[in-house]
Ligand binder design. Structure first.
Ligand SMILES: [Zn+2]
Length: 62
């Protein structure tokens, strides 16, 4: 899943949550493996690629 990327500034990037599509602001530097939590739906997404910036939701195994 490829995130919808909008470059807001050099220090922050707005991405769309892959679960609820709400905007999440993430700060540079972005690294593969970094996990972000959506403040709307509380799902966690992991950065899996930087070019293009790709995030995937982390599926909890229960
Ligand atoms: Zn979300």
């Amino acid at each position: 899943m490829i995130a919808d990327i909008q470059k807001n500034s050099t220090s922050a990037i707005i991405i769309a949550c892959p679960m609820c599509n709400s905007s999440m602001v993430i700060q540079n530097p972005i690294k593969v493996g970094t996990i972000y939590e959506c403040q709307k739906c509380a799902s966690e997404s992991e950065v899996v690629d930087l070019d293009p910036l790709t995030i995937t939701p982390i599926e909890e195994e229960k």
